[in-house]
Design a protein. Structure first.
Length: 240
């Protein structure tokens, strides 16, 4: 587990072992290549590469993910994503105890999809990003622009797991369908569909994970009825 920013634990807990990769957080730079280990936080990596005059990660500002989580889910925003800058991923095959090197093409990252979301036998160790030399001031300008857009559209004001549902194959935003179906502000226990961004479910008042899961089910059923579309969640639910 990295930063757990998109993980919902069930109220019943988890009867097992969880390994935190936060200690695996080194970041090394060789010319334009950035070697970022799985536990490194994406905001920290962005700050390091910005100060080195390396561009390509500006879109990630404000995303509270670890490198491992961002790579596994091919995190992206504002016309940028991990796959655009990814050169290699090194991962441990837990069945053979061998380290496997994935190239960009083998990784086959789509938005919030990759070989690692389809096969949990791999544990990401580190990624190699190929960035571009750029003036630090220009990089900061891009970061400021992205952060401004993010604050306007995603400053939801309550704790959340970020966007709950995956973007549809058509490219349409689930948040658009949710709002059009009149579910903006819908509440279930202490959980609420955000009044700022309908793709977010926020913890408005001591919500339990069951509140969140029940609200997700309500949204799915309503969208299926209104739009004949089956939403899928991009958050990860863990528990017994």
């Amino acid at each position: 587990m990295g930063n757990a920013s998109n993980i919902l634990f069930k109220d019943s807990g988890f009867n097992g072992v969880i390994i935190s990769l936060k200690g695996l957080n080194k970041v090394k730079i060789k010319k334009n290549l950035v070697y970022a280990y799985a536990g490194a936080l994406l905001p920290n990596v962005l700050n390091i590469v910005k100060n080195k005059g390396l561009s390509g990660l500006e879109w990630s500002v404000g995303i509270p993910a670890s490198v491992g989580g961002a790579v596994a889910l091919n995190a992206g925003a504002y016309n940028g994503d991990i796959n655009q800058i990814l050169k290699y991923v090194y991962a441990l095959d837990v069945k053979t105890n061998k380290v496997i090197k994935f190239t960009n093409l083998e990784y086959l990252g789509k938005y919030h999809q990759s070989v690692f979301t389809k096969n949990y036998k791999y544990v990401i160790l580190y990624a190699v990003f190929n960035l571009t030399k750029c003036d630090v001031k220009l990089i900061q300008q891009k970061i400021t622009q992205v952060l401004s857009m993010r604050m306007q559209n995603q400053k939801v004001g309550y704790p959340s797991l970020g966007c709950v549902f995956s973007r549809l194959n058509s490219g349409q935003s689930p948040a658009y369908l949710i709002e059009k179906s009149g579910l903006k502000g819908k509440e279930c226990g202490g959980a609420q569909v955000s009044l700022v961004h309908s793709g977010y479910i926020v913890n408005k008042n001591n919500a339990t994970s069951l509140d969140v899961l029940n609200l997700i089910d309500i949204i799915k059923q309503k969208i299926k009825k209104d739009w004949h579309v089956l939403l899928t969640t991009e958050i990860i639910v863990i528990g017994d």
